[in-house]
Design a protein around this ligand. Sequence first.
Ligand SMILES: *Cc1c(COP(=O)(O)O)cnc(C)c1O
Length: 375
Amino acid sequence: MHFDIPFIRPVFPSAELIAQDFRSIVSSNWYTNFGPLEREFARAVADYVGDEFYATTFNNATTALIAALHTVLGQGDGEKHVLVPSFTFAAGPEAIEWAGYRPLFIDIDEGSLQPSLAEAQEVLEGDRYPVVGILLGNTFGIGNAEIGAWENLAEKFSLPLIIDSAAGFGSRYKDDRRVGGAGLCEIFSFHATKPFAIGEGGAVVTRDPELAARLKAFENFGFSAGVGATTLGTNGKLQEINAAIGLRQLENFDEAIQSRQNVLARYRLNLDDEQYQFPEGIERSSICFATLVAPNTEARDVSLRSLLTCGIEARAYYSPAVHAQPHFKGAARVSALSTTELIVSKVLSVPVHQRMADDQVDRVISALREATHEW
Ligand SMILES: *Cc1c(COP(=O)(O)O)cnc(C)c1O
C-alpha cells in the first residue's frame, strides 16, 4: 500500500557525501574490524552522552543487547530470570533468552508508559523468582523520570541495571542528563527507523572501561590478542561505511532533534489533551514517532482508519505486547499486566519526520480530529 505520508522517513547524508566517504574507505583498504571511522564514531557517541563515558559500537542494537546481557551476567543456564517490561520491542526479551535467561515480564505505569517501579520492587522483595538482572526499557526512547529510583532499587538488590534505550539517542532525562549515562550501561539502536539513523547499527554506552573492552571482545569472536577465543563471542562489528554515515549524522543531529520536537509541539497544540494523551516526558526525547493514547479501543481504531483513509501510515506500537506474542506465551509474568493490556488496546503512533512540512503535520492533525467527531 502506498502512503502519501509514511510512518518513518529517515534523512540520510547526500549520496555525494556517502560516495566521498566510500572512496576514502576504498583508498584506505579498511572496510570493517574497528577501522579509523568506527574508532572516531565510537568516541563521538560516548562524548555525545557526556564526559567519562565509553561506547562500544555494534552491527545493531539486538547484538548489543545480547552482548550486554551475556557480558554482565555471564551465559545463563536457562533457569534464572531478568525483569523486563512486556510493553517493549521483542528484541530485549529475545536477547534475554539468547544470553541464557528467562524474561520475567512486569507491567507499566499508565501516564508514562514506563515500566512499573512499584511492581519491580514488589517482585524483588518477594522470593518467587530468581531474578539476576533488570533490563529496563526507556519506552519509545523517552528517558524514565524515575531513573534515579531504578538505580537505587538495582543497587539495593545488587542487580545490574541494563537499559534498552534503543530509540533514545538524543533524548534527555528529567534532570537534563543525556539518555545513555544511567544504570550500568545503556543500549542504542541506529537502525534506519530510529531518530539517529545510520542503516543498521547500535552501541552500548557505559562508564566502565573494562566492560567496554569486554563488550568489544564479545563482538569480535571473544578474541584476545595472540591467543584467539578466550570467551564465547560472536561477530557484531560495525562497518566503516555505517560509522561514516554516523559521523555525518552527528553533525546535524541537534537540528534534527529540534525539527522533530517542533512537529510534536504542533501536534500537541492542535490535539485536545482531553482526547489524546501523550506519554509523560515525550518532549524531552528525540521522538521516534508521536505516541497517543486514545480514550478507548473503538476511538483508537476509528483514528487509525481515518489516518489510513487520508493516506497517512500509522501504527499501534507496541501491539501486541511481547507477552502476547506466540513465542512468549509461556513466559513468566509478575502480574496480569493489566495496564499493559489496557494501553495496548488504545495506543496509536503517528509519523514524526525530520523537517516534516507543516501542511503534512496538519493533514495528520485533521485526520485525527475528524476521527474524534465519530467517537
Ligand atoms: C529498535 C529497537 C530494538 C532493536 O534495534 P536493532 O538495531 O534493530 O536491532 C531493540 N529495542 C527497542 C526498544 C527498539 O525500539
